[in-house]
Design a binder for this molecule. Structure first.
Ligand code: UD1
Length: 417
């Protein structure tokens, strides 16, 4: 087992380059199975979830070469449409293979993803949408099997703008017959990035990034080269860390347009945020003031930054309120933050955070990815040493978080115990 040992109280100063987005890279890698030629994806972060996706692509028969931040996928020899269940269990995002494999090969079998620590996370919108496109769905013994001789365009309205369902259905629609109109869909930057990759392969997609997407089916997709967008959640986490401990941090290769709601909230605490092209600079000289956040689908405040932002709130002057509207159980980090001296109470999907003058280092355990990042932010701001366990959660979404923070002057080490 590995842990982070973080000794708090040091300001962060310097420059960090933001890596490519995990949540953009995963569906794009899944989409390569629809292409009939080699796809080259650049800016792919070295993360456990990406490694699992690469293993799945190889298990399906694709030839995958990963050098530096570039992954080349040759999907021409794919011979299986069965996503291995041991890999599926390691990563929920393997559900993204449903749409592409069904569209290209007329069948797919995945093991049904279970609930997870942040909520139930059902896939009913995905399945209902696939059915509307003409798929037959059978569910038994923990597996979901979708089959279709052909998929046919239809008008589909999601009950909620689910990111994963929007991506899966957009991918399935690309190789369907006729026109698919997807309504009440997610508008996240990762959707737009996936659409741009698919368009480079020859797909006809209009209005990705709006609430209604129109896809006109084509018969084939070719290969393409594509660079994924910067990871807005990693960038946001570094900005929040800078606001929590003070200092002067510059992020390079960020996309400030994707972070509007986060930048606004960080400014509201009193920190300075300057933005220029792909650069974001956060400076914070004194403890900030309390602010409220409500998570919402993009362009609202991202649920993935709720936990790190709550770590910042624990030491803001005054009382902050967090309303989590996207996932029903995303407060697992609260008990751990309270162990560090925070004063947070939870009622349903609302958390009330009374700011305290300082946190104190403790042994805490990450139980999910973003909750783990919150504990690191808290450790950076706390007095004394914090030991963060459960690093495998954090490693799923942050490439070398400790190295980047050390480069900025933080006292954080990864230790095997
Ligand atoms: C994606 C992101 C995740 C982020 C989330 C919300 C990836 C790999 N993951 O997850 O980091 O936290 O968006 O921004 O991109 N829902 C249903 N039925 C469905 C699908 C979703 O009820 O079929 C519900 C979920 O339980 C949740 C809400 O819709 O309450 C949003 O989920 P969704 O947007 O689908 O999240 P993911 O795509 O799983």
């Amino acid at each position: 087992m590995e842990v982070f040992e973080v000794t708090g109280g040091r300001q962060l100063n310097g420059t960090v380059r933001v890596c490519g987005s995990k949540n953009a890279a995963l569906p794009i890698l899944a989409a390569t199975v629809m292409a009939e030629d080699v796809c080259v994806i650049e800016g792919v972060p070295h993360l456990e979830d990406v490694r699992v996706m690469v293993e799945i692509l190889r298990a399906l028969g694709a030839q995958v070469d990963w050098q530096g931040d570039t992954v080349s996928v040759d999907p021409r020899n794919i011979s299986s449409t069965d996503v291995p269940s041991h890999l599926m269990r390691r990563m929920r995002s393997s559900v993204f293979l449903m749409g592409p494999l069904l569209a290209r090969f007329g069948e797919v079998r995945v093991s049904r993803p279970g609930g997870c620590v942040i909520g139930q996370r059902p896939i009913d919108f995905h399945l209902r949408g696939m059915r509307a496109l003409g798929a037959r769905i059978e569910q038994s013994h923990g597996y979901v099997r979708c089959t279709a001789n052909r998929l046919y365009g239809d008008h589909i309205t999601l009950d909620y703008p689910s990111v994963g369902a929007t991506e899966n259905l957009m991918m399935a629609a690309v190789l369907s017959d006729g026109v698919t109109v997807l309504e009440n869909v997610a508008r996240e930057p990762e959707i737009v990035d996936l659409a741009q990759f698919l368009q480079r392969c020859g797909a006809r997609i209009e209005n990705a990034g709006d609430g209604t997407i129109t896809v006109t089916g084509v018969h084939h997709l070719g290969g393409a080269r594509h660079r994924v967008i910067p990871d807005r959640i990693v960038a946001g986490t570094m900005m929040i860390a800078a606001a929590a401990v003070g200092g002067d941090v510059t992020l390079e290769r960020a996309d400030p347009h994707h972070l509007g709601a986060v930048i606004a909230k960080i400014r509201e605490t009193g920190a300075q945020v300057q933005v220029e092209r792909d650069i974001i600079r956060v400076t914070q000289a004194e403890p900030g003031r309390a602010v409220d956040i409500r998570t919402a689908p993009y362009p609202g405040f991202p649920t993935d930054l709720q936990a790190p932002f709550m770590a910042l709130m624990t030491i803001l002057r005054g009382t902050s309120v967090v309303r989590e509207s996207v996932f029903e159980a995303r407060f697992k980090h609260v008990d751990e933050l309270n162990r560090m001296g925070a004063n947070i109470s939870v009622d349903g999907q609302t958390a009330v955070v009374h700011g305290v003058p300082r946190l104190s280092g403790a042994t805490v355990e990450a139980s999910d990815l973003r909750g783990g990042a919150a504990l690191v932010v808290a450790g950076l701001a706390a007095e004394g040493t914090t030991r963060v366990e459960g690093l495998h959660h954090i490693d799923r979404g942050y490439e070398q978080l400790d190295t980047h923070l050390r480069d900025l002057g933080a006292d954080i080490v990864r230790r095997a115990v």
